[in-house]
Design a protein around this ligand. Structure first.
Ligand SMILES: [Zn+2]
Length: 459
């Protein structure tokens, strides 16, 4: 009988978040995300990281990004009968996120494949999505809920995307009582339309993300200034702006900044959102307007929709998106995937990259190995789906749009803890950011540990 924590994934990588917390005879899992990206060997998402689901007393979800929730519908397929606890906004987002994930899996599994590529497996389909949605239990912010007599949980807003939470677990065994804080993804201090993270409560151990632990942004422009500059250039050169965006987070950040700009000076260009999931997730934000930032509330008070610039057009299907082929600049088209690794943005990029009549707006962090990351280097040409494409389009990197705090933001979040100086355990960061951020915290006097995947940490 003891209190112990095991990182089951997201060690030296930024996807596949999954942490097991055990106290006495109680066990909870926090997050069960999809492992994504290029890895050698390739990630195996088919195997759940826990052998016996009947041992679990509960599952907790920090937020609705696929790298945190993308494997949860597998629980229904493997017979999990318990609850999934999360914030109320996250609970509302999950139907769209999981349904879109099942749709992508069906397309990849049953669609055409090239060369000797293996057909990707179906991890789950719509029936498992529906069954898993039935087990989701929304929890109010800052309210302690008992999962078992040994483990109580509290959700604290983490400022990353709508509904994103840090989780405080109050654990007891026969001898001791420990408070474990799992940060989830932490948003920056000056973000919008999601307000900044709340100060973390005191804890004995913090399991903390460090996605941008090696980056200190020195912003020269505000998000509004950098977006405004991009739009003015597009107007002057009659260019079409292409913005790769994630359906949850960047879509709403960009729409919000566009609405803010338009409120001051009309944009006078079509804004197109080519994403069914992006449109659905944005409309769910409107059910949770009270969760949005002061900037967003100001627009609401002026009678404006903070996530809908007046010239917005939405394409929810390939058929509805046909008109985009005939668009000429100035115009702005947003589409997924956020790192330009797939999705509708690829066909727009293939068409427009060779043209000087296009601008590519890179909104926030781009993983260096992704197409978005390669475009950030302003290359003369890029390879997409095995073919080279010349790059004549202008490349703009828009500042201030990241949904993740940078290194100083992460440290400030930790230092906002009222009085405790807990042990800090880093995960959810590539190897280099993890090591760099560990060094930074140690230099500031924090005790830091970097456990290996599967290595239990006893408290
Ligand atoms: Zn996230």
């Amino acid at each position: 009988m003891s209190i112990q924590i095991t990182l089951l994934s997201a060690v030296d990588r930024v996807t596949g978040a999954c942490t097991l917390v055990e106290a006495g005879s109680s066990r909870v899992l926090v997050d069960l995300g999809l492992i994504q990206g290029d890895h050698d060997p390739p990630p195996d998402n088919t195997k759940l990281p826990v052998d016996r689901l009947d041992w679990l007393d509960g599952v907790i979800l920090t937020h609705a990004h696929i790298d945190h929730c993308g494997r949860m519908p597998m629980l229904a397929r493997h017979g999990y009968q318990g609850s999934i606890f999360t914030s109320s906004p996250t609970a509302d987002l999950l139907d769209t996120v999981w349904t879109a994930s099942a749709r992508v899996q069906r397309r990849l599994h049953y669609g055409p494949i090239t060369g000797d590529m293996d057909r990707p497996p179906m991890l789950y389909d719509q029936p498992e999505v529906n069954a898993t949605l039935d087990s989701v239990v929304p929890i109010p912010w800052h309210q302690e809920i008992a999962i078992t007599p040994n483990i109580q949980m509290t959700l604290i807003p983490s400022g990353h995307v709508l509904g994103a939470a840090s989780v405080l677990l109050h654990c007891q065994d026969q001898q001791r009582s420990r408070r474990i804080l799992i940060s989830g993804d932490i948003g920056p201090t000056h973000s919008s339309p999601i307000p900044p993270p709340h100060a973390p409560p005191d804890a004995d151990l913090v399991i903390m993300e460090c996605t941008r632990g090696d980056i200190d942004t020195h912003q020269t422009k505000t998000p509004l200034e950098s977006l405004n500059t991009c739009i003015r250039h597009a107007h002057a050169s009659k260019q079409i702006i292409l913005a790769p965006v994630f359906a949850l987070g960047r879509t709403q950040s960009l729409l919000h900044r566009l609405a803010q700009l338009d409120a001051v000076d009309p944009l006078n260009m079509p804004i197109v959102l080519d994403s069914k999931a992006g449109a659905q997730l944005t409309s769910i934000h409107t059910r949770h307007m009270h969760e949005l930032s002061d900037d967003a509330q100001q627009l609401i008070q002026q009678g404006l929709d903070p996530l809908r610039p007046p010239s917005l057009q939405i394409a929810r299907s390939k058929q509805e998106a046909r008109f985009i082929r005939d668009l000429t600049g100035p115009a702005l088209v947003m589409a997924g995937h956020g790192f330009a690794e797939g999705g509708a943005i690829l066909s727009h990029l293939k068409k427009w990259l060779p043209s000087p009549r296009a601008r590519i707006a890179l909104v926030g962090f781009m993983h260096p190995q992704s197409l978005g990351g390669r475009l950030a280097q302003d290359p003369p040409r890029v390879r997409i789906d095995g073919r080279w494409h010349e790059v004549q389009a202008s490349i703009d990197q828009l500042e201030g749009f990241s949904g993740h705090a940078d290194a100083s933001g992460l440290q400030s979040w930790l230092e906002a803890m009222p009085s405790a100086r807990p042990l800090v355990c880093l995960h959810h960061g590539d190897a280099e950011p993890r090591r760099t951020f560990a060094g930074r915290l140690q230099n500031a006097g924090w005790e830091v540990c970097l456990p290996a995947q599967g290595e239990p940490l006893e408290l």
